[in-house]
Design a protein around this ligand. Structure first.
Ligand code: SF4
Ligand code: SF4
Length: 328
């Protein structure tokens, strides 16, 4: 399904760029902070809301050559964070090598995990592997109640996730100051996330009382109307309603902190995007360069490519891979 064609039909919603009056905000900032690397679309799950449409049958997997180019560009352009995502990034055959190399050159390496992969054969030692390399583990747990979480992730996924979080806690995650365990919450449908602080407190109280689990921060992410979630909206006749809701909730105070202003997103084949959402929807960076083209080059500001899905980043409290963005 071509979601961008659906956006064209939404005539009543103005182009996103028309909402940005400051020309500087339409481009990346003075320096990039996060190199987000999507190492492939292979995943052990196939969640209903997945914006990258990952799953067990996907074959797109990042090669070592692309990873090596990522490491070079990270160093040369002086990024501060390596953010490894997927799919289930752990399923990439070069994953452990890449994490080891990344942690040699960066003091902040994030791995985004769906947790349940660590229950599969060959992945059970990952909590200790992550601890050994001081990785900031960011896990997605759709809700703190099994019924709601399983509806999004599949039967039994919640209990599995809890088991793995306990293992991460045993390895020191959420307890030792240098072992950060963060969680991501995104809504189970066409509605907005609650206030980040409030839902974080709720998660901490419920998961602590029921399972003895601890973690650091919870980030809320607004569902972006692309990928499987976008297709669901179109099929169910809810795209127009959801887009109107996003548009009505537009908050100009979130613009300067849009994650695309300080990030570069690399796809499994080395192509480059302003963010993971643009990657999922196939909008490459304006210069169309690949990660190989950037090796040996200095950072240059670039114009960001927007479309109507960008309203998901500026609705209400704002949304990014690092949670809400308003007024930071
Ligand atoms: S949402 Fe995450 S865990 Fe679910 S299919 Fe997509 S990449 Fe896999
Ligand atoms: S979807 Fe991507 S390009 Fe659009 S505002 Fe959000 S981060 Fe920026």
């Amino acid at each position: 399904m071509d979601i961008r064609e659906e956006f064209l039909r939404l005539q009543e919603i103005p182009d996103f760029e028309s909402k940005i009056s400051d020309e500087r905000v339409k481009a990346t900032g003075d320096k990039l902070e996060v190199l987000q690397i999507n190492v492939g679309r292979l995943c052990n799950l196939a969640c209903k809301h997945c914006h990258v449409e990952a799953g067990p049958l996907r074959t797109e997997v990042m090669s070592r050559e692309v990873m090596e180019a990522c490491l070079k560009v990270y160093k040369e352009q002086n990024f501060s964070t390596i953010d490894i995502t997927g799919g289930a990034p752990e399923m990439n055959p070069h994953f452990r090598w890449f994490v080891e190399e990344a942690s040699k050159i960066s003091s902040h390496v994030i791995v985004r995990t769906n947790l349940t992969i660590m229950l599969e054969e060959g992945y059970g030692d990952l909590p200790q592997f992550y601890a050994d390399h001081k990785i900031n583990v960011v896990c997605s747990l759709p809700y703190y109640r099994a019924k709601d979480a399983d509806r999004m992730r599949g039967q039994g996924s919640f209990d599995g996730s809890i088991k793995v979080i306990k293992k991460l806690n045993e390895a020191g995650y959420g307890i030792k100051p240098d072992l950060k365990l963060d969680m991501v919450y995104n809504p189970g449908g066409a509605f907005f996330p609650p206030a980040q602080d409030a839902i974080e407190k709720e998660y901490k109280a419920k998961l602590g009382a029921e399972f003895g689990i601890v973690f650091n921060n919870l980030y809320t992410i607004t569902n972006n109307p692309i990928g499987r979630f976008g297709s669901f909206l179109v099929r169910s006749g809810n795209m127009k309603g959801y887009m109107n809701k996003l548009y009505a909730a537009f908050n100009g105070r979130t613009l300067t902190n849009m994650m695309c202003r300080s990030q570069l997103s690399v796809a499994w084949d080395g192509s480059l995007y302003d963010c993971d959402f643009n990657q999922a929807i196939g909008i490459q960076i304006s210069t169309k360069e690949s990660i190989f083209d950037l090796v040996g080059k200095k950072y240059k500001k670039r114009r960001i490519c927007f479309d109507k899905h960008c309203y998901a980043c500026t609705a209400g409290q704002g949304s990014s891979c690092g949670g809400s963005t308003e007024g930071e």
